[in-house]
Design a protein. Structure first.
Length: 398
């Protein structure tokens, strides 16, 4: 399975010309800021009201936007805002994780219409592809004739997933099979939908940026704590992927381990360490994934895990901000919101005690999407590739 840069969503813009770009611009403004009247869209876009009116009529006729509630209280007649029509397009997001896979059907607004889950000890290509095939059939049945509006399949997975078999209790050969899997070719055997590959943590960052608290910041780092820790970077209001699509990986950041040796932050701040603690205590660690919303039963192990991870996370935040002047670092992960909030509070407390001379200490805060961020982020890829602008720069201030 070759990893590399994600397909450039702007290719279609360049091919389709100025009118297509302006349509994407208008749709992107509505996606970013919510429903807006034509006059406000024209002001933000720097287009004439007549041009915007023509674009909106075309988009409404094609089913991508619809009229909202008229806004009263202004001089003259009420202004009618336009909003995205949820049924205008759909997309599929698949997350292939080290402990589970998840599949979502999302609409044009990013709302999840259906969510499917598959738990396993480690991922097997045939099992994951069968899970996707069955899910696509279910989604098609649900949508009926509207299934033709599915824009594509976004897939979020750890690049080079085969490199950490020992940490998740699998034999090297169990995961090495992924090295030779071409997901696009495999999926083409049962679906003609376009496929977009994304690093899993970058996909989570994308979800936060377009649907969550990322709307509040222009330049920030994002850390997602899953079975392995990962992350993403947003620069200039755009998720920065780098030449191989793996920018902001976070996990490989070097740390000094408890034994005094050199390791990576994924070795000291990942959920697989909590799994190991539960296993050693005679607990079933798979409950972390099958019961992701209720970790109260594991609190005797969760608290020490947070205490051990927070100093390393604070050091990572300091390192990131010494390289780029981030205004914030957002944390999310495959755990309940209250666990996320405790981890953020512990990391912020560690940051307060660190030597931050020479940098502007960022805001350390919680993200908002939660455990499903990776599959939700994957589902945004086809929508952005087909209908929206990949960067929010130039979309106007809120």
């Amino acid at each position: 399975m070759a990893d590399g840069p994600v397909q450039d969503p702007l290719i279609g813009v360049r091919q389709q010309g100025v009118r297509a770009y302006n349509e994407r611009l208008i749709l992107s403004m509505i996606q970013r800021h919510g429903e807006l009247p034509g006059s406000e869209l024209a002001r933000r876009a720097g287009l004439s009201p007549q041009t915007v009116s023509v674009i909106l009529r075309a988009l409404e006729a094609e089913g991508f936007v619809e009229k909202g509630t008229p806004q009263r209280g202004h001089v003259g007649k009420p202004r009618t805002p336009m909003r995205l029509r949820a049924e205008g397009a759909y997309s599929v997001g698949l997350k292939i994780g080290r402990r589970n896979a998840a599949l979502v059907l999302a609409d044009l607004t990013g709302a999840t219409l259906e969510h499917r889950h598959l738990s396993y000890g480690y991922p097997v290509p045939e099992e994951v592809l069968s899970f996707l095939r069955d899910g696509l059939a279910s989604f098609a049945d649900r949508l009926g004739s509207a299934a033709e509006r599915i824009a594509g399949i976004g897939i979020a997975l750890p690049f080079q997933i085969w490199q950490w078999s020992e940490a998740i209790g699998a034999r090297p050969a169990d995961l090495l099979v992924w090295e030779d899997v071409d997901l696009r070719d495999e999926i083409a055997a049962f679906s003609d939908l376009p496929v977009y590959l994304e690093n899993d943590a970058t996909a989570a960052c994308q979800a936060e940026h377009v649907l969550g608290r990322g709307r509040e910041f222009r330049d920030y780092a994002y850390i997602y704590v899953g079975s392995f820790i990962g992350g993403g970077i947003v620069l200039g209001d755009k998720v920065f992927r780098g030449p191989t699509g793996n920018a902001g990986a976070i996990g490989p950041l070097p740390v000094v381990t408890a034994a005094g040796g050199e390791g990576q932050i994924l070795d000291v701040a990942s959920i697989y360490l909590l799994e190991a603690a539960l296993r050693e205590a005679g607990e079933n660690p798979r409950r972390l994934w099958t019961e992701p919303d209720g970790w109260a039963a594991f609190d005797a192990h969760v608290e020490p895990w947070i205490a051990a991870a927070a100093p390393h996370l604070a050091r990572a935040v300091t390192t990131l901000c010494a390289v780029i002047d981030f205004e914030a670092v957002l944390f999310d992960g495959a755990f309940p919101p209250e666990v996320r909030d405790r981890l953020v509070a512990a990391t912020a407390a560690e940051m307060a005690a660190r030597d931050t001379r020479g940098i502007a200490a960022p805001r350390v805060e919680a993200g908002s999407i939660g455990p499903h961020a990776r599959e939700i982020g994957a589902a945004t890829a086809p929508i952005f590739a087909r209908y929206l602008l990949v960067s929010h720069e130039g979309l106007g201030a809120a």
